[in-house]
Design a protein around this ligand. Structure first.
Ligand code: PGA
Length: 252
């Protein structure tokens, strides 16, 4: 079995998960070092879900074994479930700490995740947008892709200029989340997500996809019609996107 990554186009790389995660971690490490040399913080946009887990493990390994420091990193999470609260083990706040932040030297005040509990969704969303702007915008955004092509929780129908907002989760999304919530009835019905427009403002975007179940939607996102039917297709309009696909997702 080959361990090599295949560069299939200027923007797409296909290979074994471990190799892809190393390549993506190389990008982040280089960016951290570049910004450090400039005396600036790196602003990362990070994602939850199962896809990034081996990538986060690689970052943690580099921190522990190679001294990669996150002191200079600021992070904004893509999205959060409504109503769970941060203490809930399935909240994205808790997932990010469990899977990454607890294991590296990031300053907790540099971690932002949309609020799970809020009085006014519009206000919570606007504050999040403003916090990203105040930080200077996102340098490097990580994305997964949902079974129907969502990025963040921008479900089918999300427009290219959508901003951070409250959104009703698609049935496919709640069904996919059901096992980890012990049944669909326990899955929150709504979330706060960065918008497609918010995501597209990131300087660099990396979308990772794994598994055969993602093959068709990845194909539609990368080379199908661009539009709200498959929100990830809007990435075709961004000049600096890297697609990192395992062999199953790429169909190779
Ligand atoms: P997954 O989710 O990484 O768990 O497949 C991706 C997504 O829904 O964006």
């Amino acid at each position: 079995m080959s361990k090599k990554i295949q560069i299939v186009s200027k923007t797409a790389q296909v290979g074994e998960v471990e190799e892809l995660c190393r390549a993506v971690a190389d990008e982040v490490e280089a960016l951290i070092k570049e910004k450090e040399a400039e005396g600036k913080k790196v602003i990362l946009g990070l994602a939850t879900g199962s896809t990034p887990l081996p990538f986060y493990r690689e970052l943690i390994r580099r921190h522990r074994e190679e001294g990669l420091s996150f002191e200079n990193v600021m992070s904004f999470n893509l999205d959060e479930y409504e109503g769970l609260g941060r203490d809930h083990e399935r909240s994205y706040w808790a997932e990010m700490w469990r899977n990454l932040f607890d294991h590296v030297d990031i300053d907790p005040s540099n971690v932002s995740v949309p609020l799970s509990i809020f009085e006014d969704a519009g206000e919570a969303a606007l504050e999040y947008e403003n916090a990203i702007k105040e930080a200077g915008g996102i340098d490097w955004q990580l994305l997964g892709i949902g079974g129907e092509g969502h990025i963040g929780f921008n479900e089918k129908g999300s427009q290219v200029d959508s901003r951070t907002r409250r959104i009703k989760l698609a049935r496919k999304t709640t069904m996919d989340a059901a096992p980890s919530f012990g049944g669909e009835a326990n899955v929150p019905t709504h979330a706060i997500t960065m918008g497609v427009g918010t995501i597209l403002e990131a300087h660099r975007i990396v979308l990772m996809a794994r598994g055969e179940s993602k093959r068709e939607i990845v194909n539609r996102a990368m080379s199908g019609e661009v539009g709200p039917e498959v929100p990830a297709s809007f990435l075709q309009n961004h000049g600096n996107v890297g697609w990192f696909l395992d062999n199953d997702a790429a169909g190779s």
